[in-house]
Ligand binder design. Structure first.
Ligand code: FES
Length: 313
């Protein structure tokens, strides 16, 4: 028994060594290699640029696909519909359920994959290079899963039920690998979560002295540090507006962004991927960001000291 386990361990070591993964686990090593696979860049950069040309910053469809109207990314909930339907298909196949019910569930998964992919592609087009490499392979594998499930549906509809089931199981395996890479992209590479959410937790409650009013330039955003975090500070005359400086999308430096008027309201455009935030309260007017930018309340003391505290929602 001990000998068997030793031989399995030694085979695993050999595989890791062959793949050059060192002491990392197989999934960790493979995803890390994928992140650094610069050979994909020509394709990914070209495709991403094409998507951004078709759906430029501020385009209503692009905002919809990012999830701006709901304030939450659209791709993850849509993906759960496709994956849920495909998992249900496998269960129905295993218990030999009514073929019509199985086909209906499978068809729902196939149809929901189209808006899921559209939302994912919109998000993917405005990611960092390493994230785009992983996202590209994630989408290729999911495309293969979609092809297998479409084939499975066709086989079932034309009476070749067993072949349809086999293709369905192969599709589930592909969708599982695609889902794993999607999870890696979202949780390890933080392609989806708000990058500004944690910032206000680093600021103790209460008012904090930030700077002197007249040390701030008029009409030009600058940064000021408040403890661990960096703030975007904009003065207009005696009025000061303060937001967290790192963009909620991927932490771009907002103080380097353009100031614009959007619906008669002062906004800042993130210099990295063009998210537009209202300066008054950090609300998102255009994506890719979906989470608002943390805003701070400001108090200018009689002696000209600007004080800030996180805005209570
Ligand atoms: S970092 Fe992407 S829009 Fe700001």
């Amino acid at each position: 028994m001990e000998e068997t386990s030793n031989s399995i361990n030694s085979r695993r070591r050999t595989l890791r060594e062959t793949l050059g993964l060192g002491r990392r686990s197989l999934p960790d090593g493979l995803t890390e290699r994928l992140q650094h696979l610069s050979a994909l860049d020509r394709v990914t950069q070209g495709l991403a640029k094409g998507v951004r040309q078709v759906l430029p910053a501020g385009h209503p469809l692009r905002d919809l696909l990012h999830g701006v109207p709901t304030g939450h990314p659209l791709h993850p909930p849509l993906a759960t519909v496709s994956l849920g339907c495909w998992t249900a298909t496998a269960v129905l196949d295993v218990i030999d359920a009514d073929p019509r019910a199985t086909r209906a569930v499978l068809a729902t998964g196939v149809m929901s994959a189209l808006p899921t992919a559209a939302a994912g592609i919109a998000d993917w087009s405005v990611l960092h290079r390493e994230q785009q490499r992983v996202g590209f392979v994630h989408s290729l594998i999911n495309l293969a899963a979609l092809g297998l499930y479409t084939g499975s549906l066709w086989m079932r509809a034309t009476g070749r039920h067993n072949a349809g089931r086999t293709m369905g199981f192969l599709g589930l395996a592909a969708a599982g690998v695609g889902g794993f890479l999607g999870g890696h992209l979202a949780y390890r590479m933080t392609a989806g979560p708000s990058h500004a959410e944690t910032l206000t937790h680093l600021v103790p409650l209460g008012w904090h002295d930030l700077c002197r009013l007249w040390d701030l330039p008029d009409g030009r955003p600058v940064t000021r540090r408040l403890g661990y975090i960096q703030l975007f500070v904009l003065r207009h005359g005696a009025h000061v507006k303060v937001l967290a400086d790192h963009c909620s999308h991927l932490a771009g430096p907002l103080h380097q962004g353009r100031l614009v008027l959007e619906k008669d309201e002062a906004c800042v455009v993130c210099p990295w991927h063009g998210s537009v935030f209202r300066i008054e309260d950090g609300a998102v007017l255009h994506g890719p960001a979906t989470a608002p930018q943390p805003a701070f309340e400001v108090n200018v003391r009689g002696d000209g000291v600007v004080q800030v505290r996180p805005r209570q929602s």
